[in-house]
Design a protein around this ligand. Structure first.
Ligand SMILES: Cc1cc2nc3c(=O)[nH]c(=O)nc-3n(C[C@H](O)[C@H](O)[C@H](O)COP(=O)(O)OP(=O)(O)OC[C@H]3O[C@@H](n4cnc5c(N)ncnc54)[C@H](O)[C@@H]3O)c2cc1C
Length: 326
């Protein structure tokens, strides 16, 4: 198991497709917590393992200042620090990491081709760990002011708003967590949510409601973001009274949900749910043989680092079993 260099697999001649190419045991698409955990398990089991990551390893949590619910860190840990350790652990066991965006995948008999803009890779199994991305509000001014006051990452951009006023849009864990984080820098946070109560966990709600720098604006949606060079105002509408008001501020941080990163699978017959998340069984198998999925990209009830890491381990074991049975 795990040679990774064979041109012939079983009785099938793959020379045409894989001529002079290394055949990986497993290629992991995405280097967030799910992909890194998969890589640790796969490379420790001596599979020839490659991660392909389009940005930087660490994924979404690497942009988060602080997580306090990952087991083993009783005082919490910075997201980048945690995932840097995961990356180092995967490298220590022999995982290779290359940078580039996977555009599509193809399958032929028992092999799979992973296609980037300027390169292709051949593998026996694929583990999709591509996570999800921020949803956009879709209002006037949002796209125009990205990087000029509109942001999807408080950890990245919060320090630019020292002593300023900002709005955070959303009512889930991410919105409340990031609103609290922003109070370290800003004078005031307007927390705008379209319903009359938050979806976030109780402990975050209690912290937000006890934080004097946060003003909660329930039952309200953003209609427009305006300004000249940078964001200056946000227009919000109360969905119950239909009253529209403008708030003068300097930044708008948007945390309203996620879209799974599954675009590169559109040519394939992998079953997705109605929101585009990959459907797997409890062994992380997708509807395509030899292709597994783990972490936030798959349909599941809890999208967190601890579940991403757990999924990654299971996907790796399933990939190993698949290779052994081939
Ligand atoms: C603001 C915020 C706060 C959070 N706080 C917590 C917390 O306190 N505790 C907690 O447990 N969780 C928290 N989370 C959730 C946590 O970040 C995610 O559950 C976790 O990162 C999921 O890991 P993942 O590996 O599945 O996906 P991701 O972390 O999204 O990683 C996916 C990776 O795949 C890459 N990728 C995507 N498409 C491609 C492609 N086509 N080709 C190559 N690479 C690709 C991406 O660049 C990314 O690096 C938070 C999230 C946010 C946004």
């Amino acid at each position: 198991m795990g040679s990774g260099y064979k041109i012939f697999v079983g009785k099938i001649n793959y020379k045409g497709w894989a001529k002079n190419k290394m055949i990986y045991d497993t290629i992991i698409i995405g280097g967030g917590p799910a992909g890194l955990s998969s890589a640790i398990y796969s490379s420790r089991a001596r599979l020839n393992t490659l991660i392909i990551e389009k940005a930087g390893c660490g994924g979404l949590i690497a942009m988060t200042d602080f997580l306090e619910n990952y087991p083993g860190f009783e005082s919490g840990i910075n997201g980048f620090e945690l995932t840097s350790k995961m990356e180092q652990q995967a490298r220590n066991f022999g995982t290779k990491i290359v940078y580039g965006e996977v555009l599509s995948i193809e399958t032929k008999e028992t092999l799979k081709k992973v296609i980037l803009a300027d390169k292709t890779y051949i593998t026996k199994t694929i583990i999709v760990a591509s996570g999800s991305n921020f949803k956009k509000l879709g209002v006037r001014g949002e796209v125009e002011f990205i990087g000029k006051g509109v942001s999807y990452c408080a950890t990245c951009d919060g320090p630019f708003f020292k002593n300023k006023e900002v709005a955070v849009i959303g009512g889930g864990d991410s919105a409340l967590q990031e609103a609290l984080f922003l109070t370290k820098f800003v004078n005031k946070v307007f927390l705008v949510h379209r319903r009359d109560k938050f979806r976030a966990t109780q402990i975050l709600q209690e912290r937000v409601l006890g934080e004097p720098k946060i003003e909660v604006v329930f039952d309200s949606i953003v209609e427009e973001i305006t300004g000249s060079e940078f964001v200056e105002k946000v227009k919000i509408k109360n969905v119950k009274s239909n009253m529209v008001k403008e708030i003068a501020l300097n930044g708008v941080f948007i945390f309203i949900g996620w879209t799974p990163n599954t675009n590169f699978l559109t040519q394939n017959k992998i079953t997705l749910d109605e929101k585009g998340y990959i459907v797997t069984d409890d062994q992380m198998k997708t509807s395509m043989d030899g292709i597994f999925a783990c972490g936030d990209v798959r349909k599941k009830i809890l999208r967190q680092v601890v579940t991403a890491a757990g999924d990654g381990a299971v996907a790796s074991i399933s990939a190993q079993k698949h290779i052994e049975s081939d």
